[in-house]
Design a protein around this ligand. Structure first.
Ligand SMILES: Cc1cc2nc3c(=O)[nH]c(=O)nc-3n(C[C@H](O)[C@H](O)[C@H](O)COP(=O)(O)OP(=O)(O)OC[C@H]3O[C@@H](n4cnc5c(N)ncnc54)[C@H](O)[C@@H]3O)c2cc1C
Length: 467
């Protein structure tokens, strides 16, 4: 992994930049901006909150004059305090967004985010970065659309480039059933005021010329739905931007600290046991994705969650060739091209339960078969890396955003294979739920009670794809 050192710049460069590097840094402020905005936290102390500099063209120029030696750490690394108003367990995008909106929207700043590894080291840093809001059922559509609207202003809000790119997202139909389903979905989504359109085969080819639309192919393309406002965002940048903005509002971000239990008295949470000692809390919000059922069991109750590996991979980098996101549920592959030029590829979950963050080779093989079928042009590319994350799936493929049987303890989980797109919206509604001890209106249908009332929100096939 490329690491940043405050003294040396990117990677294992010389201890002090030589004349060429200096010249480059001066001549390429925008490139430097991109690099710096993607920088992981540095280990040195940062200025008091009030003196925290804003990222801007002015700060870029000022720092270029000192050869980019004086950038401050993006967030502090404080020791945990004895107690907080709110402890958020899990430093993925959803946990960080919750902490950020608790501070920003509700004025609750005495908050700690407790992360057992490093920020974004869970599914947030492992996903294929697809963002969209074209869900079928009203409840999901409203929640994901709220999130998409937040994405549209997130970089400005955080003063951090999340590289959100509304490059459009196509979901392909390969048979008559797919076509009818897509048509139905496009109409339903539009009725919710969300952009969605149907593309004929010719329109698919015009929109994505490298797509194989030969009617004789094994999976002929018969049309597609398109959400033009869908696209991708850079997942690490999302975690870092949220962390920096939350920290700037006073939130303590504590990494390498695992929650190992809860202190519960008379049915009310009092705090969390951690590998760095006990931390008291008036309220605790858990946002631990694939480990939701493990953490819930520490509090003495069970969740209707199964944890499965979900794999992804990237190809070697190539010149820009794919300027949209293409998904196929029937063939089961989805692909986009990253800013670095790599193809980012995902597939379906491995069927078995696991916490191992890796999966089976045959899933990868299937995914690559599907890719080559749809895009023969990619058939000679080399795959550079594969990895897996552990996704938390609910029986109805919808999330849980809820109070729990323990007073003051809240869970936000079950986002399964598709929660990255919900990051800001999930944080927004969960912060509101925790702050007011009642579900946010958009989160109400996603409470635990739906598993006893039977009011499930089945997004398995309905969303077309689950990612
Ligand atoms: C391969 C893959 C591809 C995906 N593709 C997409 C996609 O294209 N689009 C999309 O919308 N979604 C996608 N997803 C799903 C998406 O990544 C997740 O739904 C989302 O990132 C969940 O965010 P989170 O913050 O809840 O979880 P995470 O980022 O997993 O954060 C949870 C954190 O909790 C921490 N934790 C766990 N237990 C403890 C403990 N006891 N104490 C302290 N900390 C703890 C973990 O270390 C972790 O950092 C994909 C997922 C995977 C794995």
């Amino acid at each position: 992994m490329v690491t940043l050192s405050r003294k040396t710049g990117i990677g294992a460069g010389p201890p002090f930049p030589g004349p060429v590097l200096r010249l480059r840094a001066r001549l390429q402020p925008l490139r430097a901006a991109a690099i710096l905005s993607a920088a992981p936290p540095l280990l040195e102390p940062v200025a008091p909150l009030a003196l925290r500099p804003k990222y801007s063209i002015v700060s870029l120029i000022r720092n270029a004059l000192s050869y980019h030696q004086d950038w401050q750490a993006a967030w502090r690394s404080p020791d945990p305090k004895p107690d907080y108003d709110v402890v958020i367990v899990g430093g993925g995008g959803h946990g960080l967004a919750t902490a950020y909106y608790l501070a920003k929207e509700h004025g609750i700043t005495n908050v700690a985010v407790i992360e057992k590894g490093w920020l974004g080291g869970g599914n947030t840093g492992r996903n294929t970065t697809i963002v969209r809001s074209n869900y079928l059922w009203d409840e999901s559509a409203h929640l994901y659309e709220h999130s998409l609207k937040l994405w549209e202003g997130l970089s400005q809000d955080l003063n951090f480039n999340t590289m959100f790119s509304q490059r459009g997202l196509m979901s392909l139909a390969h048979n008559l059933h797919d076509l009818r389903e897509i048509n139905r979905r496009v109409n339903a989504i539009r009725l919710n005021g969300i952009d969605s359109e149907f593309l004929t085969v010719e329109q698919c080819k015009a929109y994505c010329p490298i797509l194989n639309t030969d009617p004789r192919s094994r999976y002929p393309v018969m049309g597609a739905s398109l959400q033009r406002r869908g696209g991708t965002a850079r997942h690490d940048a999302v975690a870092w931007g949220l962390a920096r903005a939350a920290d700037a509002r006073g939130v303590d971000i504590i990494q390498n600290c695992e929650v190992t239990g809860f202190r519960i008295e008379n049915g009310r949470v009092k705090g969390v046991e951690t590998t760095r000692g006990y931390i008291g809390a008036k309220k605790v919000g858990c946002v631990v994705a694939g480990h939701a059922s493990v953490v819930a069991s520490m509090a003495g109750f069970r969740l209707p969650i199964e944890s499965h590996p979900l794999q992804a991979m990237v190809s070697e980098p190539i010149k820009p060739i794919l300027d949209t996101v293409v998904m196929s549920n029937a063939v089961h592959v989805y692909v986009s091209q990253s800013d670095k030029g790599e193809l980012v590829l995902g597939a379906g979950i491995d069927a078995f339960n696991s916490y191992a963050q890796r999966g089976s080779p045959f899933i990868l093989e299937h995914q690559l078969n599907a890719l080559c079928e749809l895009f023969p042009i990619f058939s000679r590319l080399k795959i550079m890396r594969t990895w897996g994350g552990i996704v938390d799936t609910c029986p109805d493929a919808s999330p849980i955003i809820s109070r729990t049987p323990v007073e003051g303890l809240y869970f936000n989980c079950g986002w399964g294979t598709g929660g990255f797109k919900a990051t800001p919206g999930s944080g927004w509604v969960f912060a509101d739920t925790v702050a007011n001890d009642r579900p946010h209106k958009l989160a109400e249908p996603f409470a635990l009670e739906r598993f006893t009332s039977g009011y499930l929100i089945d997004e398995h096939g309905a969303a077309g794809v689950a990612h």
